[in-house]
Design a protein around this ligand. Structure first.
Ligand SMILES: NC(=O)C1=CN([C@@H]2O[C@H](COP(=O)(O)OP(=O)(O)OC[C@H]3O[C@@H](n4cnc5c(N)ncnc54)[C@H](OP(=O)(O)O)[C@@H]3O)[C@@H](O)[C@H]2O)C=CC1
Ligand SMILES: Nc1nc(=O)c2c([nH]1)NC[C@@H]1CN(c3ccc(C(=O)N[C@@H](CCC(=O)O)C(=O)O)cc3)C=[N+]21
Ligand SMILES: [Mg+2]
Length: 285
């Protein structure tokens, strides 16, 4: 079997097309939603991602504002800036680009983002809403994976899904999304303590790999005809490498590649969260 690919760019373009119309409708009511980004330090990778996010905003008619702070910023100063964004009516929602420098407590920082301005869906209140099944901005990457699977009509009801990774931004919320009644999948969350990873990936109908270990899963570890979604990204001299070894293409039915799969959709889901926050909490002006 030679796998078909699930491409993120055309799907992201369709989402952006829909968002453009919704942003125009908001503008007609006098509301121009804006995304804020907060970057601490000058990691070139983080700055490149954030530049992309501002470009995406411009494409759909969203305003955007960037806050940059030095790598050694005082936690109290960072807190002050976030509280300002929470109060700023011109900022609909914002993200704090991760990872943060080691002297800052990531969980404590994410908790400072007002839940109604949480464009990443990573505030504990919003993660709690995901657990409870009530309305909340969804974490962008798991939402992106779900949209890719839906667009390819992948059956999730009753499916065995193996998620590799229990990180807060991808693996853990991915499991929460897939086990909602509306998705109805049976999920196995794997991590470095998993005794026999291959045993879990082999019996899965769908494998979502969010470990960040290049080539972690090869053809021998997946079922014939399975659906594979690559999330983890490793930067090498030869470019970006995903968690699936290229050999899986001979065995899988459908593969979301790295790059070109989940990444572009993650960015579209961030825009969707901002537009949904604006639709839910319209600001007059
Ligand atoms: N395409 C996209 O849009 C996005 C891609 N990413 C990428 O996804 C990856 C994961 O991100 P994030 O969740 O933040 O990372 P984390 O480091 O928080 O999580 C990685 C997870 O993978 C697990 N893991 C690592 N190695 C193995 C292994 N050999 N076998 C089994 N499990 C393993 C870890 O286990 P343990 O908990 O035991 O340490 C951990 O739970 C990264 O490469 C990141 O760059 C992230 C966001 C968006
Ligand atoms: N608060 C916060 N929210 C995030 O959502 C967040 C974050 N911090 N920190 C870093 C990770 C990583 N992440 C990606 C987004 C898009 C691509 C993406 O567009 N990837 C392209 C390739 C891009 C390239 O060439 O570098 C692709 O896979 O095709 C990748 C990774 C979001 N993250
Ligand atoms: Mg993490």
């Amino acid at each position: 079997m030679t796998a078909q690919t699930m491409l993120g760019k055309p799907l992201a373009a369709a989402v952006k097309e829909d968002l453009r119309a919704r942003v125009a409708a908001l503008a007609e009511r006098g509301s121009v939603p804006a995304l804020g980004t907060v970057v601490v330090g000058d990691d070139p990778g983080s700055l490149a991602y954030v530049r992309g996010k501002h470009r995406d905003c411009a494409e759909v008619g969203l305003a955007s504002v960037q806050v940059r702070l030095p790598a050694d910023v005082d936690p109290a100063e960072l807190r002050e800036r976030l509280l300002q964004l929470n109060e700023d009516p011109a900022c609909t929602g914002y993200i704090v680009q991760l990872p943060l420098p080691a002297h800052l407590d990531e969980s404590a920082v994410l908790e400072l983002v007002h839940p109604d301005k949480d464009a990443d869906g990573l505030h504990p209140t919003n993660l709690g809403r995901l657990v409870l099944g009530t309305a909340a901005p969804l974490p962008c990457t798991p939402a992106a994976v779900l949209e890719l699977l839906r667009a390819s009509d992948v059956e999730l009801d009753g499916a065995e899904v193996c998620v590799i990774g229990r990180g807060t931004t991808v693996g853990r919320p991915m499991g929460l999304l897939l086990t909602r009644r509306s998705e109805n999948a049976t999920v196995t969350l794997c991590h470095t303590g998993t005794r026999d990873l291959a045993a879990h990936t082999r019996r899965a109908d769908v494998v979502v790999a969010a470990a960040g270990v290049a080539g972690l899963v090869d053809a021998d570890m997946v079922a014939e005809g399975s659906v594979l979604v690559g999330v983890g990204i490793t930067r090498t001299e030869d470019g970006l490498v995903g968690d699936f070894h290229p050999s899986v293409l001979e065995k899988a039915a459908l593969v979301a590649p790295v790059p070109g799969g989940v990444g572009p959709m993650t960015r579209a889901m961030l825009l969707r969260n901002v537009v949904e926050l604006a639709e839910r909490h319209p600001v007059a002006g």
